[in-house]
Ligand binder design. Sequence first.
Ligand code: UD1
Ligand code: MG
Length: 431
Amino acid sequence: MAPRAVRSKERLKVLAVVLAAGKGTRMRSSLPKVLHELRGKPLLGYVLDAIRNAGIKRTVVVVGYGEKQVRSFLKTDRLQIVRQWPPKGTGHAVLCAEKYLRHWKGLVLVMPGDAPLVTAESLKAMLKAHQFQKASATVLTAHVKEPHGYGRIIRRAGQVAGIREELDATSAERRIHEINSGIYLFDAEELMSHVRSLKAANQKKEYYLTDTIALLAHSGQQVAGYQTNDAMEVLGINSRQELSQIEKAMNQNEIVKHQKNGVTIISPENTFIAKGVKIGRDTVIYPFTWIEKSVRIGERCQIGPFSAIRQGTQIEKGATVGSFVELVRSRIGKQSRVKHLTYLGDAVVGADVNIGAGTVTANYDGKGKHQTHIRQKAFIGSNTVLVAPVTVGERAKTGAGAVVLSGSRIGKGQTVAGVPAKPIQRGKRKK
Ligand code: UD1
Ligand code: MG
């Protein structure tokens, strides 16, 4: 067999170990840190996705604090889970995965469960660098303006010689701006032999995985540092402040994508758009608008201010929604207007419909959700309550304050008014 082919086979042999047993003391939470959500997805979910997208098929997750909750999140994934209790540091966490690592002939990727921004591309690039340098270990590092809180990379003659945690660092070491991401590649055998000899000789009295780097370097092994260009990627989340900073950064990335596609967003700081939302050209999003995943908005719409466009909603070309409107699982037809103080849930609204101020679909009866159909060119009077299921026919009207009872079908062109709403003709109300 050609040596090249052997090398490319070896390249695939990577076992990932995700450290997710820590409490996350700085979060001050009863929820384990790795389950805190960013844009609706737990931190741990991002890490596992990056690993999977980098083509790594075997993953061991180390769980401990909040074990039950973390296990139930992991349930759907094909993963190996090991327990670390009590958590005695990142080195001790790796040791808890010993039964999978002991016989592993290949590479081990160690990832913290609290670094959600790292991409599969960076993991792949790091893997390449590791193999190219024939290193025993590679540390993913970054040069950051604010290194506070991170382990610092100690280099000697350009080579990585160790990692010093902030609490144990001298003031000179604290001035180092190259930080440890907490993401490493190790040769499995080297990792195991050094992780067993770790000592908890530090301020926190923990077994630090970071100490294996100095141990490897001292024993003459080649330790590489792979520095990412995007320092943002390696940010670890340790506090609620850091969580909100990353949430903000991710939201801004999403907003910039829409701006580049021709959407006007008046106040990016006060607009929240989930990943994967589609918005057509020349639509204007006014401030304080919250748009959830799977929403689709057409061209030349006006959305907000102060509106929540929730999951499963579709707004067609030229429609106006807001201010103070909440839509969920609803479709708003072309040129329709839902302008003020309205809640539409499970509603299918045709084209050119006017929804008056204060309209409410009562879509939930305590047991199930029901639909409201409002056909084209209908006119819903202010403060109408539509107790679903209801159908309002084409060009039909409801009077202000009407309560349209469940099961009603308002015919084409018909007008209803009152409580409960009844048909009226030529301005008179039918008794
Ligand atoms: C760690 C690194 C630091 C690095 C930073 C990057 C160590 C000693 N320090 O610090 O050099 O700059 O990450 O974000 O490794 N965990 C366990 N078991 C434990 C302790 C932690 O599973 O006993 C898990 C945590 O759940 C977390 C990850 O390991 O997902 C990292 O732990 P954390 O306490 O956040 O370490 P940092 O102080 O951020
Ligand atoms: Mg951390």
